[in-house]
Design a protein around this ligand. Sequence first.
Ligand code: NAD
Length: 258
Amino acid sequence: MTDRFDGMVAIVTGAAGGIGRATCVRFAEDGATVVAVDLAGSDLDETVAAVSNAGGQCLTVEADVTQEADVARYVAETIAAYGRVDAFFNNAGIEGVRAALTDLDEDDFDKVIAVNLKGVWLGMKHVAPAIAQSGGGAIVNTASIAGLSPTPGIIAYGASKHAVVGMTKSAAQELAPAVRVNAVCPGPVETRMMRSLERQFDPDNPEAVHDMFAQANPLGRYAEPEEVAALVTWLCSDDSRYINGAMHTIDGGGNRTR
Ligand SMILES: NC(=O)c1ccc[n+]([C@@H]2O[C@H](COP(=O)([O-])OP(=O)(O)OC[C@H]3O[C@@H](n4cnc5c(N)ncnc54)[C@H](O)[C@@H]3O)[C@@H](O)[C@H]2O)c1
């Protein structure tokens, strides 16, 4: 679409998922070389195909964002392959189990916190120095509207996303001026994660849950992953060079029933 990322390298975590893959494609369309990070056994091949269809190049790294050695390795493999990092979409996340807070198991709480909170911190810890050594750039963390408002039934998810908001604000001050750090806060997006939450709300009729959420939205629908990708890549571009430590909701105007 543009050449705004020509010669630049972007790392995306959760790159086999809906929002991550769309963002890999958008980075590639705008000239970046993409490093796609996700778990072993995830659909990274489909991301490679999508980036290739967009005329781009994509290195894949199988890594678990909760493991510091894996995080260090995806940065090392990026530098070994391309010698630089300019942008980082710190996006891997899980929804966890829907349950009343009094029924939630400790393991289920810990899993969500490990990926959505610790994984985001580890990503910034290891990628930010590489971006600074490359001459500066931007990080975008994936928070959620669940990081800004109550989330009954998914307390660990809401807590983790509030933490991403907090970490983003702190990181934006610590890492500037070499690295800008912002967060995106999507409402419902058409990906696997919302399919899972819809099933957890009503296993017998997840389609009705989808329609209920869509109708509660002023725009009458969920976001498409490509719409989130457009915001993320803009936040990584020079056009947003004075935007730092900001939370960007992308939710069609919210939920009218709240
Ligand atoms: N879909 C929505 O409605 C929505 C709304 C707000 C925020 N988000 C956030 O957007 C991000 C992307 O979610 P999505 O909607 O594309 O869902 P998704 O499930 O399609 O993608 C998430 C990806 O993260 C990967 N992942 C999970 N744990 C990992 C780990 N330990 N290490 C490496 N990769 C891991 C998964 O394999 C998957 O490919 C998440 O952080 C999610 O919380 C999604």
